[in-house]
Design a protein around this ligand. Structure first.
Ligand code: UD2
Length: 304
């Protein structure tokens, strides 16, 4: 009798334990005001859709390194201090990060104190006269960096615009094979508004009425292998366009959108991960983690 009772209590205990853990895993996460999965079942990361403590503990066991690239040519070196200081406060805190900074003026790099296991490598690149060429030229430089230097140095890579600043956590919840960020101007508008390249002559062409999301060129990432393929493909397409004397409407961002249309990202980041300007708000964006900073294009760019 005593044995039967203790077996009964054992199974009752297991049942209670299981239902509590079931509630724990399903009861608290998720959003009703935004989609947090794509039609191809890739997660879309929004505040309220992940448990940061749990996800940190999973990746802590993997001893990962996140390479992070940024470009600061000409007057864009002025954005570096805020970028780096805010990244040290919010970006993959507690994880190994290696920044790779491409600039035409290494002497203008501010002295920012980096945390433990945080590294910065500065690489000199030639100055260019057109901002469009600087922006587009990133694809080729990134491809070469991954191919020639990163193979045994990093597990993941993120490629970020420098005229930006972090305001909240950007952590391991963003990691995946191929990661795109929803453009902050287009995450809640119908597809016909998206500024895809619609001229057939460009390699970035996406037919009218097609496409999934509109992704920003200011932030993308993933595994080294996937981002190598992305940068290689975009560079090849940019070269074909250049040979045909056509420049896609939004430069490499147009090619990135074409790439993501035919190579679906395995994870999408909501506009929390690249907002327009910290002073602008939006209902669904509960936390601004990373944001474009307001800038006077005519003053900072080498050309109009
Ligand atoms: C958008 C994209 C950007 C790129 C560009 C292409 C967003 C938020 N950003 O930004 O990623 O796809 O369109 O048209 O969607 N740079 C320099 N020196 C310069 C000019 C540019 O270093 O003189 C670098 C810098 O890293 C900068 C990046 O190129 O962050 C992109 O240039 P941008 O930020 O001026 O382009 P923008 O704001 O039109």
């Amino acid at each position: 009798m005593r044995l039967r009772q203790s077996v009964h209590f054992f199974f009752l205990g297991m049942f209670v334990g299981l239902s509590l853990s079931g509630n724990h895993l399903t009861g608290h996460l998720g959003r009703t005001d935004v989609a947090f999965v794509t039609p191809w079942l890739a997660p879309i990361v929004w505040e309220g859709t992940f448990d940061s403590t749990l996800i940190d503990s999973i990746y802590k066991q993997q001893n990962i390194t996140v390479a992070t690239t940024l470009f600061a040519l000409g007057k864009y070196t002025r954005f570096l201090k805020d970028f780096l200081e805010s990244a040290e406060e919010h970006y993959f805190v507690g994880f190994r990060v290696h920044y790779y900074l491409f600039t035409d003026q290494p002497e203008a790099i501010p002295n920012v104190k980096l945390g433990q296991e945080r590294y910065l490598t500065v690489k000199k690149v030639p100055s260019l006269n057109r901002w469009q060429d600087i922006s587009m030229g990133r694809m080729e430089i990134l491809k070469k960096l991954i191919e020639n230097e990163l193979a045994n140095e990093a597990d993941y890579i993120f490629c970020l615009d420098v005229d930006t600043k972090f305001y909240g956590r950007w952590g391991v919840e963003t990691l995946g094979h191929l990661v795109g960020v929803m453009h902050p101007w287009f995450f809640n508008v119908p597809r016909f508004i998206f500024t895809y390249e619609h001229r057939r002559e460009s390699q970035a062409y996406i037919p009218a009425g097609e496409g999934d999301y509109y992704y920003t060129g200011a932030a993308f990432g993933g595994s080294l292998k996937d981002v190598q393929n992305l940068t290689k493909t975009c560079q090849e397409q940019l070269n074909i366009d250049a040979a045909n004397s056509i420049e896609a409407i939004w430069h490499e961002e147009s090619h990135l959108n074409k790439y993501f249309f035919y190579n679906k990202p395995s994870k999408l980041l909501s506009p929390e991960y690249l907002w327009r300007d910290i002073s602008m708000s939006a209902g669904q964006v509960k936390i601004i983690r990373f944001s474009h900073v307001a800038k006077n294009n005519a003053e900072v760019r080498p050309n109009l």
